[in-house]
Ligand binder design. Structure first.
Ligand code: NAD
Length: 478
């Protein structure tokens, strides 16, 4: 069985305590590798390596940092097939998706920040007898903590800007999907990233994540994951006055108006509901459809969703792979039961699936539920699986009230050809990201993040470089 290692001070290192946890292949529900069950001792070694490496890395020229990040991007691209397969086995996502989205985007994250740092600039403020200029300096050793749904994609989305800005990083991937982060450590060695600049510690949330959060020498925490864990992190990091970026859960609404481009909307709504088994923080899970097209949409959507193929992630014909873990699979199924008990009608799916030869894997059919009120638990709580609800509405005001009526505010999708309406909704909706007539169209320069219980702070573009640097004003009187 494959045994993966931590990456500390430039070397692949076993956990100090010698302990490992099982890593599962969700497509068959069986362990296939061992991941370090690291703890405070490994975090301590990583922080020491980071502190040692930081001054030289911060003093390394921007061009050189940029060159190394581009080299990492090259090597990710060269290993596309190996990484895509590893991501698919680890996470249960269709290999076609990992090949088309996860791995190319991971390379793009490094390439984007390799370029962005060469364009990052500060301001000067002139007075009659003095000049102020702002320095943007790296923070030192920073911590990143990421989830299992887009493992390498989100892991690198944090590491790349932190490294570009000149920080040393202690990074913790999800213990549920650590394989590609491990493969990235091999790539970093090959790319010539100096020792200790990036340290990757594998293990669970409490023994590794919480240790990173509370470590006094770690100056900032960039976290993506659930709102519950985000709260735990804030409780510890806020009184220590650490910088924090928290990207958390969502319950995203789709607002579908009768005047939309219907075919494009239908095609995209299938993706925005069920891509990656619905396990993308940006997936729309509450679908509000204008009454005049509700019945037509319901018929077409149900028909198309029933045709999606649930199956092994390695099969190129698979649309819906396995859910990531047994607890998550059980959680999703329990929400389907909850929806029924709340009076919902299952129009499609609603059950576990057992593909031939993969009967022990964790598969759930794409599920459409109708007949639920906006304020029930099914419509308020994040399920994070292949489950959506559909509901009719009559007016803009009504649908806005529904859309804004949860504690979350990450992303929303609006389908209308009426530009005035689109602008009005975009201004009024409580959401960090608004897509009009599209979904998950990403420009890495744009601010990314949520409001309310979905997030604090923004990632992406210069926002990320600002997060990973501290502004210092220098005032010189003539
Ligand atoms: P999670 O919160 O359970 O875990 C995320 C990470 O935090 C993991 O690495 C975990 O080990 C670690 N962790 C757990 N407890 C910790 C603690 N006490 N202190 C520090 N770290 C701890 O989330 P998950 O189940 O891995 O991912 C799914 C969640 O992530 C969903 O809620 C989803 O909406 C969210 N998500 C949000 C975004 C976004 O950009 N807003 C993107 C992807 C996923």
């Amino acid at each position: 069985m494959i045994k993966i290692s931590n990456y500390i001070n430039g070397e692949l290192t076993p956990p100090a305590n010698g302990q490992y946890i099982d890593l599962f292949d969700p497509s068959v529900g069986q362990p296939y590798a061992k991941v370090p069950d690291a703890d405070a001792a490994d975090v301590e070694l990583a922080v020491a390596a980071g502190l040692k490496a930081f001054p030289a890395w911060a003093a390394t020229s921007i061009n050189e940092r940029s060159r190394i990040l581009n080299r990492i991007a090259d090597l990710i691209e060269e290993s596309l097939e190996e990484l895509a397969k590893a991501e698919s086995v680890d996470n249960g996502k269709p290999v076609t998706l990992a090949r088309a989205v996860d791995i190319p985007r991971s390379a793009a994250n490094f390439r984007f920040f390799a370029q962005a740092i060469t364009q990052f600039a500060t301001q000067a403020h002139e007075m009659t007898d003095a000049i102020n200029y702002t320095l943007r300096q790296p923070l030192g050793v920073v911590g990143t903590i990421s989830p299992w749904n887009l493992p390498l994609y989100l892991f690198t989305w944090k590491i790349a800007p932190a490294l570009a800005a000149g920080n040393a990083v202690i990074a913790k991937p999800s213990e549920v999907t650590p394989m590609t982060a491990y493969l990235l450590s091999e790539i970093c060695i090959k790319a010539g990233l100096p020792k200790g600049v990036l340290n990757i510690i594998h293990g669970d949330g409490i023994k590794v994540g919480a240790e990173i959060t509370k470590h006094p020498k770690i100056k900032a925490i960039s976290f993506t994951g659930s709102t519950r864990v985000g709260q735990e992190i804030a409780k510890v990091a806020a009184p220590m006055f650490k910088k924090m970026s928290l990207e958390m859960g969502g319950k995203n609404p789709n607002l579908i108006f009768a005047d939309c481009n219907y075919d494009k909307m239908l095609e995209t709504t299938i993706r925005s509901s069920f891509a990656n088994q619905g396990q993308i923080c940006l997936c729309g899970s509450r679908l509000y459809i204008e009454s005049s097209i509700y019945e037509k949409f319901k018929k077409d959507f149900v028909e198309r969703v029933k045709a999606l193929k649930v199956g092994p992630p390695a099969d190129p014909a698979t649309n819906i792979g396995a859910l990531v873990s047994k607890p998550h699979y059980e959680k999703v199924l329990s929400y389907i039961e909850l929806a029924k008990s709340e009076g919902g009608t299952i129009l499609a799916g609603g059950e576990a699936v057992f593909p031939e030869g993969h009967e022990k894997g964790w598969y759930v059919s794409p599920t459409i539920i109708e007949g639920l009120p906006p304020n029930c638990r099914t419509n308020q709580e994040e399920i994070f699986g292949p489950v959506v609800t559909i509901m009719p509405f009559d007016t803009d005001e009504e649908v806005l009230a529904y859309a804004n009526g949860t504690n979350y505010g990450l992303a929303c999708t609006v389908w209308t050809e009426n530009i005035t309406r689109a602008n009005r909704i975009a201004k009024t909706i409580e959401s960090g990201i608004v897509w009009v007539n599209t979904w998950m169209l990403r420009d890495l320069r744009t601010p990314f993040g949520g409001v309310k219980s979905s997030g604090v702070g923004r990632e992406g573009g210069f926002e990320a470089l600002r997060f990973f640097t501290e502004a210092k004003n220098v005032c010189i009187q003539f």
